[in-house]
Design a binder for this molecule. Structure first.
Ligand SMILES: [Zn+2]
Length: 779
């Protein structure tokens, strides 16, 4: 399931934990609902009511069963019968308690018919909905407890473990047709334009995956030639959206190919989507509900199409046994979006998707979702949180990194085959994948699934003893914590060694504990050593590397580093690592960041000259690549944040000698501009800058900007005597520098090409930020 605007989710807490939750799981241990027939009239669009009956075919799992208690939400019970005879029952709007009038034993089978009608319930997202010519259900309630929400329209055990096969008889009228799970087995005209369509779902599914959708539908159909079978594709869509759907779903077959290759054959007898007015998608088995708003004729939302399809394996074929294990459904479905990209667009598209998902997780989730949660065992209100979806995808990528591609995918395929149409949890997944692969996954699950946070790894030093033949190389690794409670164990990290000519040798190490060292015999003399350059793991370091052979501006998105190369005599290799962990302690009097530091590494034959900038940001933003980076250093504003540097971890931190701090506006946001870039480690700290000590005196004159707002021309004038050595810089609201030159008093700037918006003017007098002002451009 995917709720597209899930960052705006408002969770409503529904009182105390319902004790019936526990009895629900027990009910499934007591009695098996083998089959459910839903006969339903969905013709009353004006009254928004449904009417009909459900027949439950049941078989006890224990002796002496005399009652049947099923969930059904706020509908009116007309009667309950067995073999045509009435049964006594009680109903309190949530639980229907039926006395069977006799006792049934293991292997007995009985059928109970429940006749009911009324206006079915919905919540902010899920439930049964009428509107815009559509009637349909969504089987999950974000704000309901339990989340499983089949009870909004039919009697069931509304939990994740009770599986039943289904048949449907759906009555519709006025040109509207019904679509359900499984295959269409018949259509009868009852009278006039009233018809009844029958559907059979022969694969057993839990109540939340059961679906009906009724509208003035047309069909797009074709056959997909799968690994085992030819599977019919059936897309139900109103005429106005039909052409757009064909374009937006152009890669549906590619998604099927990706997932059958990754996870094994598709196990349902139809690939189905119904387009309905909803937000996101819902993975009803073989009859996915998919938002009309995502069907826009482009491929923009094809990851949602793929996500829901991936649920046919993760969620529908195997289902998490309780809400606390939702990452097995949603984390794997979210990860499958990356797998789809990899299969369709190639490895780099996969890596890009993995990295952009990861940086979002590590920067924001502990803020937006209260703390670092383990992906297994999340509390009720975080069942459908980003920790479950996105951190779940992080964990899946890492599991692949630990196991290697072939054992990972063959293990998942075997797991899905062994547990088809069953419920599972993290322990079954751990033990079975371990058994299939021969890899002990205990540490992985303790570190990544049952424990919170991320681990950070940094190379403290590399020693090389040149030896004829092979050089003796020792790599010292320092593990740091990021939201985790313990140091991670046996993390298989790749190590890459580069010599001066950029010849590379790749190996890997199993890292445990805070400090570790590893010996290698190498035919090269490494001048640069780096971890995880293959991005096989999401560790608490985000990095980019590139070869630069021409001057220009280079953005290291994952390294959160921007570089302006002014001179490069030969090609240079740069790697920027942004470490999401506290730097090593600094000198007395400096409070170091608790959050992050950088390491800039490089190799080049000739010389280079580059400026760089890094943004500091004490803001509260929780999306968009900014915010929640330096709040720990900026509680009292930006005056005392400064840039620290050391060449390598054997040296003490000191303030970087060649930078300017640019304060932008009144928000705790700005940047450090490095005049000349050195290789080594950088971080922010809070302290007294020896640079700012030189610039504490207040400017005696002011800076005048006119007109403000400006349109085509802006005049910047210094009212005092021109001290002669002024530098003028202009930034846009995103902090991008647009202008940097000597300030001649006054200066006129052509703003005709500036986009409408706010801009910052900064004037430096030597090392001192003498004036900051802002202006608006409107055209
Ligand atoms: Zn999902």
């Amino acid at each position: 399931m995917l709720f597209i605007k899930r960052t705006f989710l408002v969770f409503v807490f529904f009182g105390a934990i319902n004790t019936s939750l526990f009895s629900q799981d027990l009910r499934s241990d007591t009695l098996d609902i083998l089959h459910t027939k839903i006969h339903m009239d969905i013709t009353d669009f004006s009254g928004q009511s449904i009417a009909g009956y459900s027949q439950l075919t049941c078989s006890p799992l224990v002796p002496n069963v005399g009652n049947l208690n099923v969930d059904l939400l706020k509908l009116t019970i007309d009667s309950v019968t067995m073999n045509g005879s009435p049964l006594s029952s009680q109903y309190n709007d949530t639980l229907l308690q039926i006395r069977l009038g006799q006792s049934f034993n293991v292997n007995d089978t009985f059928i109970v018919s429940i006749y009911y009608h009324g206006q079915p319930q919905k919540e902010s997202w899920g439930g049964f909905r009428f509107g815009g010519g559509y009637a349909f259900n969504l089987g999950v309630g974000f704000n309901t407890d339990p989340h499983s929400f089949g009870r909004a329209w039919f009697p069931c055990y509304d939990n994740f473990v009770e599986r039943s096969t289904y048949s449907f008889e759906i009555i519709s009228s006025g040109g509207k047709t019904s679509y359900c799970n499984g295959e269409l087995t018949g259509q009868l005209t009852l009278s006039g334009d009233t018809i009844m369509r029958s559907w059979e779902m022969n694969e057993s599914i839990p109540s939340y995956l059961v679906n009906v959708a009724v509208a003035d539908y047309q069909e797009l159909t074709w056959n997909f030639h799968g690994i085992l079978d030819t599977i019919p594709v059936l897309l139900a869509v109103v005429e106005a959206d039909s052409a757009k759907l064909r374009s937006s779903f152009a890669h549906l077959d590619d998604a099927m190919i990706a997932f059958e290759n990754a996870y094994g054959p598709y196990r349902f007898n139809k690939i189905g989507y119904c387009i309905v007015p909803m937000s996101g998608g819902m993975e009803h088995a073989s009859n996915i509900s998919y938002a009309k708003s995502l069907v826009n004729g482009t491929l923009t939302y094809e990851s949602v199409m793929a996500h829901e399809l991936a649920h046919m394996w993760w969620g529908d074929l195997v289902t998490c046994d309780k809400e606390e294990e939702m990452w097995i459904n949603e984390g794997m479905a979210s990860y499958s979006e990356h797998v789809f990209f990899e299969s369709l667009y190639g490895k780099q598209a996969y890596i890009d998707a993995v990295k952009s998902n990861f940086i979002k997780c590590i920067q924001y989730l502990h803020v937006t979702e209260e703390k670092y949660w383990p992906v297994s065992g999340v509390p009720h209100q975080y069942t459908y949180s980003s920790h479950v979806y996105d951190k779940g995808a992080v964990v899946a990528h890492n599991l692949r990194g630990y196991m290697g591609d072939s054992l990972f995918f063959s293990g998942l395929e075997q797991f899905l085959a062994d547990y088809s149409f069953q419920d599972v949890n993290s322990y079954t997944l751990r033990d079975k994948l371990g058994q299939y692969s021969g890899i002990d996954l205990t540490d992985f699950f303790d570190d990544w699934v049952f424990g919170p946070g991320y681990a950070n790894f940094n190379i403290d030093s590399v020693t090389v003893v040149p030896t004829p033949g092979l050089n003796d190389v020792t790599v010292y690794i320092h593990q740091k914590k990021r939201g985790n409670t313990h140091f991670f164990t046996k993390v298989p990290i790749s190590v890459s060694f580069y010599d001066q000519q950029l010849n590379a040798i790749h190996d890997y190490v199993l890292v445990s504990g805070e400090y570790s060292s590893f010996q290698f015999k190498l035919p090269i003399v490494p001048v640069l050593t780096a971890l995880n350059t293959d991005d096989k793991l999401n560790l608490a370091t985000t990095a980019d590397q590139q070869v630069i052979s021409e001057p220009g501006n280079y953005v290291f998105v994952n390294g959160k580093w921007n570089m302006e190369v002014t001179k490069v005599t030969d090609s240079m290799f740069f790697r920027v690592e942004h470490h999401w962990a506290a730097p090593d302690p600094g000198p007395t009097g400096y409070r170091m960041s608790n959050y992050r530091y950088w390491e800039l590494k490089g190799i080049g034959q000739g010389g280079f000259a580059a400026d760089a900038y890094v943004n500091y940001d004490g803001g509260d933003n929780t999306s968009g690549g900014i915010g929640n980076l330096d709040k720990d250093l900026l509680q009292n504003g930006p005056d005392s944040i400064l840039l620290m540097y050391r060449k390598d971890p054997s040296l003490a931190w000191r303030e970087y000698p060649y930078y300017k701090k640019i304060k932008l506006g009144s928000v705790p946001f700005g940047r450090m501009e490095l005049d000349s870039v050195l290789f080594g480690q950088y971080c922010f700290a809070n302290g007294v800058s020896y640079l700012s000590a030189k610039s504490s005196e207040k400017p005696k004159s002011e800076l005048r900007l006119s007109p403000n707002p400006a349109s085509d021309l802006l005049r910047i004038e210094n009212t005092g005597q021109d001290p002669g050595n002024l530098e003028l810089l202009i930034y846009n609201a995103e902090g991008k520098r647009l202008w940097n030159q000597h300030f001649k008093n006054p200066t006129e700037i052509d703003t005709s090409s500036f986009k409408a918006g706010m801009y910052f003017v900064v004037v430096f007098e030597g090392e001192k930020q003498a004036w900051t002002s802002q202006f608006v451009v409107s055209h």
